[in-house]
Design a protein around this ligand. Structure first.
Ligand code: IYR
Length: 227
């Protein structure tokens, strides 16, 4: 229990969770793993509409992520307007063309071959929603004084992970897309200078015919060390 002097100054609520049996835990951890293992990054989207309420719930879920000093240093810009999606596609493809043709190393291009990516990004117009995640480097405090946020990269990474899990749980698909450099997103979406683009995530249903590369995940022994 926190010191009494803190409880008086800052409100606390008691928190508990039901203790599951080992069997229940095993079942739940395994079934959640199976469920998450079924998530795939998808590049072929359907244009089928998704209710806006669903997107609102997904963003609210992302925002339940932990963050440095609970500053919640993120902004989620949700784009469904076809004109804005088109502008984003044009600007992203311009950067991607440059990247694929001269900015990316030959090793990098070789590593991407199994994923079949290139500079064409039609999904930026096809998907019903683009969620652009911004990290908020600082806030404007009293008299417009800059107040830095903490562990922004870590916090926004966590929130984005929650978002991807929530999208998968809703029966939808997504692609964590990183057109690089991403500054065009700040301009197109008219974001303030304390926000920097983090990730561009098209969200929707997979296309009726949708293919994904047959990738394999690393085994536990290759990702985990028990001490
Ligand atoms: N941003 C480019 C290239 C790209 C880079 C990595 I690393 C990927 O895993 C996939 C793509 C693009 O989106 O095509």
């Amino acid at each position: 229990m926190p010191d009494k002097k803190y409880i008086e100054e800052y409100p606390y609520i008691s928190y508990s969770k039901p203790i599951l049996t080992d069997q229940e835990m095993l079942e739940r951890s395994k079934s959640f793993y199976d469920f998450m293992d079924n998530r795939r990054s998808v590049r072929e989207f359907s244009d089928r509409a998704v209710p806006r309420q669903v997107i609102e719930d997904l963003v609210k879920t992302a925002s339940t992520a932990p963050s440095g000093a609970h500053k919640q240093p993120w902004t989620f810009c949700v784009v469904s307007n076809p004109e804005v999606k088109k502008q984003i596609r044009i600007a992203a493809e311009e950067e991607e063309l440059e990247s694929y043709e001269s900015r990316m190393s030959s090793d990098w291009l070789e590593d991407l071959k199994p994923l079949g990516t290139d500079w064409h990004k039609p999904f930026l117009e096809t998907a019903p929603y683009l969620i652009i995640v911004f990290r908020r480097i600082y806030e404007f405090g009293n008299e417009g004084k800059k107040k830095n946020n903490y562990y922004v990269q870590e916090s926004v990474g966590l929130a984005t992970g929650f978002l991807l899990a929530a999208i998968h749980n809703a029966g939808l698909v997504a692609l964590p897309h990183t057109p690089s450099p991403m500054n065009f997103l700040s301009k197109t979406l008219n974001r303030p200078e304390n926000e920097k683009p983090f990730l561009l995530i098209p969200v929707g249903y997979p296309a009726e015919e949708c293919w994904v590369p047959d990738i394999k995940r690393k085994e536990l022994k290759d990702i985990c060390v028990f001490y």
